[in-house]
Write a protein that binds this ligand. Structure first.
Ligand SMILES: *Cc1c(COP(=O)(O)O)cnc(C)c1O
Length: 380
């Protein structure tokens, strides 16, 4: 991203969104997916639920992938048609299920039989039929440990493979549920296409096994997870959607007429946003220099939450580089954006850019320490 002179005058901390880059990204993802008939996109709203961005995203024809009732409502408000909204999450409460049913969303991605039973009951009460896809935990990484059935670490997501046929059988008996497909989402920030290839092969295997028992589905959903290059925000600002869709087209053996759904989040919005902060103080220790920003972990949680890396730049200085720990003002040691970061020599008042924070940035902001929420600014 390039910045004009106004950036130094913005009230900070604030998220700075490049809508031109967002449009270019959306144009690219729409084009690359449209090469393959039957591919459908649902933007994962949890990555960034800012209405300005959501309206742009819906205008390019994408659907929405939501993980709460409020996200469903936000998506509807921002122009996503109900018929393109999918709703995932391990724990949907009754009110959220009612909201989704009342608005006739396309599909619930459900992760357990008890939840499908509750959806069935609520749908019955509302005289509706709920479309459901079962989220499967395909255990893709554990492929090599095929014969080890104990001691496999199960995470809370999805229905386990050993249980899938039983759950399908039980769901098919529910009178207010239409079981339309399977759903997979194996993780996030995946840049190695071999991982998606493994997912395709695993899903081929699962579907073939089910087909032999006469079970076929009109829909399949591969979730999200495509990663971006956090190291080089100026390098490839648009994620590699071409290779991503190519991988599925090549390795996934879709039954005739099956519709194939994807839920990209991060790859759509991450590079389109930066967090802009100002330097409050430069503090010199014996061995280290600290840059204390006016932005903290309440504004951008990713580094504190999972030691995520974001490229940091001092755009106010062209003096020689020095090493700094870049920290926020919050009373937590984890309130640190980067250690031993090379920045052009820093002075109080300099404008600092924390790059590629458009995904899982603003949405996770809180008022911890009773701070203000970060502002927003748009360009392009
Ligand atoms: C988080 C999430 C996504 C989006 O993941 P990204 O890595 O941001 O693409 C998609 N689907 C589901 C079910 C999710 O939970």
């Amino acid at each position: 991203m390039t910045y004009d002179d106004t950036i130094g005058r913005l009230p900070t901390p604030c998220y700075y969104y490049n809508l031109e880059l967002l449009d270019a990204t959306l144009k690219n993802v729409a084009e690359e997916s449209s090469r393959y008939p039957g591919f459908h996109l649902h933007y994962a709203v949890k990555a960034n639920a800012n209405p300005v961005l959501l309206k742009r995203i819906s205008s390019f024809g994408l659907g929405a992938d939501c993980v709460s009732g409020n996200e469903v409502l936000r998506a509807l408000e921002c122009g996503f048609p109900a018929g393109k909204i999918v709703y995932a999450g391990v724990g949907k409460n009754d009110r959220e299920i009612e909201t989704a049913l009342a608005n006739d969303i396309f599909c619930f991605n459900s992760e357990s039989l008890p939840e499908v039973e509750v959806i069935n009951n609520i749908a019955g009460r509302m005289h509706k039929t709920a479309r459901v896809a079962l989220r499967v935990n395909p255990n893709v990484d554990a492929n090599t440990h095929h014969y080890i059935t104990t001691g496999i670490e199960e995470n809370k997501f999805g229905i386990y493979l050993y249980d899938l046929e039983r759950v399908i059988g039980a769901v098919q008996k529910l009178s207010h549920i239409e079981l339309i497909g399977l759903h997979f989402h194996i993780g996030s920030q995946i840049t190695d296409m071999n991982v998606f290839r493994s997912l395709c092969l695993k899903v081929n295997e699962i579907q073939e096994k089910l087909r032999r028992q006469g079970i076929t589905f009109p829909h399949i959903n591969f979730g999200g997870g495509l990663g971006i290059d956090y190291d080089r925000p100026y390098g490839e600002p648009i994620a590699d959607f071409k290779s991503y869709f190519e991988t599925f087209a090549r390795f996934y053996e879709a039954p005739p007429l099956q519709q194939i759904h994807f839920e990209p989040g991060r790859a759509i919005v991450a590079h389109c946003g930066d967090l802009i902060a100002k330097v409050l103080y430069v503090k010199e220790g014996k061995k280290k220099k600290f840059v204390v920003l006016d932005a903290g972990m309440n504004d951008l949680l990713r580094p504190a939450l999972y030691q995520a890396f974001h490229k940091i730049e001092n755009i106010a200085s062209d003096k020689p580089e020095e090493k700094y720990d870049v920290v926020g003002p919050i009373c937590e040691s984890s309130d640190c954006f980067g250690k031993d970061v090379l920045l052009n020599s820093v002075s109080r008042g300099d404008t600092i850019v924390i790059h590629s924070t458009g995904a899982y940035g603003e949405v996770m902001a809180s008022q911890y320490n009773l701070r203000e929420l970060p502002g927003t600014f748009y360009t392009g």
